[in-house]
Design a protein around this ligand. Structure first.
Ligand code: KG4
Ligand code: ZN
Length: 351
């Protein structure tokens, strides 16, 4: 038997009910039930629908994870749960489930930050995290640049270098996909269309990259102007009765997003004197982002780690991975009156 901690992690911050099981840095199970199809006709996640779906999926997903890992619930050494940030009602379901498990099993519980979990998950695939590193987290709900000196948050271990001031990167992908008549969630469809288009066909704006903006928003992002520019461009074509070149619009839009994300991530690493960048979140599945991040970082002597796409999107394994790190580094478990906090700051890694 290994003496590494066996940790069950629960994630319910958005529309994925994730239950993951890890032993130390080894992934044993990653069960995910998504309600994404129930939201598709609304073109975005509907909080009440997500909460109800979590409630229905929780017990079967816990059971499926235990079966896959070949363990009994009684074997776990600790339970970890995302307690923020995210949708309040959705988070509550996960936090309540974690409390019930912790009390029922008589095991410690760790309420952990969703964003730090997106960072910690990489060690299930690529081994111990390089600390410090710069983390670029991009998904439907967040776009952040973090400095991670200690992923458990100890001693101000996680700090924010920048974030989006309006839409998240994935949200921009989803909105542009909708304009182009592509299904929700749009990121993977834009990615696929872009492969047959030209990334230089249309010169879309790069938000917060002008000299003036850089003074105040060096490592912040803005995607709402880009989304509007794409909408105007598409509308003008339609008004003129001309066909919309979907692949070119997708490729040029995708290039604008990936250009800004990678430029700022590399600049942040150079600024901080850090040699490792970690990319995570659903948008990290984007093929152009992965390629451009690798190229630009390598040109400056910086290493890039990106987990495989299945670990980039929301899942329970990432929460279990961070929970196992909490146990391994001897952090104090959370109190059983742990609240869910929809706007939990990124610096608050462990409740
Ligand atoms: O991390 P995630 O599963 O959930 C959130 O926390 O939001 O990320 C989902 C987001 C969606 O906006 C989706 O369109 C985007 O990630 N996404 C992509 C790709 N795959 C997923 N965006 C661009 N390219 C992709 N290949
Ligand atoms: Zn996420």
């Amino acid at each position: 038997m290994s003496d590494e901690p066996l940790v069950l992690g629960i994630e319910t911050s958005c529309d994925e009910t994730g239950v993951g099981i890890v032993r130390g840095r080894t992934l044993l199970a990653d069960a995910v039930a998504s309600s994404v199809e129930e939201h598709a006709r609304f073109g975005g996640v509907v909080p009440e629908v997500a909460s109800r779906a979590h409630l229905e999926a929780m017990v079967p997903t816990v059971q499926r994870a235990c079966e896959t890992a070949g363990i009994s619930m009684h074997d776990v050494d600790a339970v970890a749960v995302t307690n923020g940030p995210g949708l309040a009602g959705a988070l509550l379901v996960g936090v309540a489930a974690a409390k019930a498990l912790a009390v029922g099993l008589g095991k410690p519980m760790y309420g952990v930050n969703h964003l730090a979990s997106h960072v910690a998950v990489d060690q299930l695939e690529h081994g111990p995290l390089p600390e410090p590193c710069v983390a670029l987290l991009v998904s439907g709900g967040h776009s952040s640049l973090l400095r991670v000196a200690d992923v458990t948050g100890h001693d101000d271990g996680v700090s924010s270098l920048g974030a989006t001031i309006d839409d998240a990167a994935g949200e921009a992908f989803d909105k542009v996909a909708r304009l182009l008549g592509l299904p929700f969630p749009g990121g993977p469809h834009v990615d696929r269309e872009a492969r047959s288009g030209s990334s230089v066909a249309i010169d879309f704006p790069r938000g917060l990259t002008s000299q003036r903006d850089l003074e105040r928003h060096r490592f912040d992002f803005s995607f709402s102007g880009l989304k509007t520019a794409v909408a105007r461009w598409v509308e003008a074509r339609e008004r003129a009765g001309e066909p919309v070149p979907v692949a070119d619009v997708a490729a040029s839009f995708q290039e604008a997003v990936c250009d800004v994300l990678t430029r700022k991530a590399v600049a942040a690493a150079l600024d901080e004197g850090i040699e490792d960048i970690l990319v995570g979140g659903g948008v990290a599945a984007n093929s152009r982002l992965r390629a451009l991040a690798g190229e630009r970082a390598a040109a400056r002597g910086i290493r890039v780690r990106v987990p495989r796409p299945g670990l980039c999107t929301d899942n329970g394994a990432m929460v279990a991975a961070l929970g196992a790190e909490m146990v391994a580094r001897g952090r104090q478990p959370s109190a059983l009156d742990l609240p869910a906090d929809s706007s939990l700051p990124v610096t608050s890694v462990l409740a």
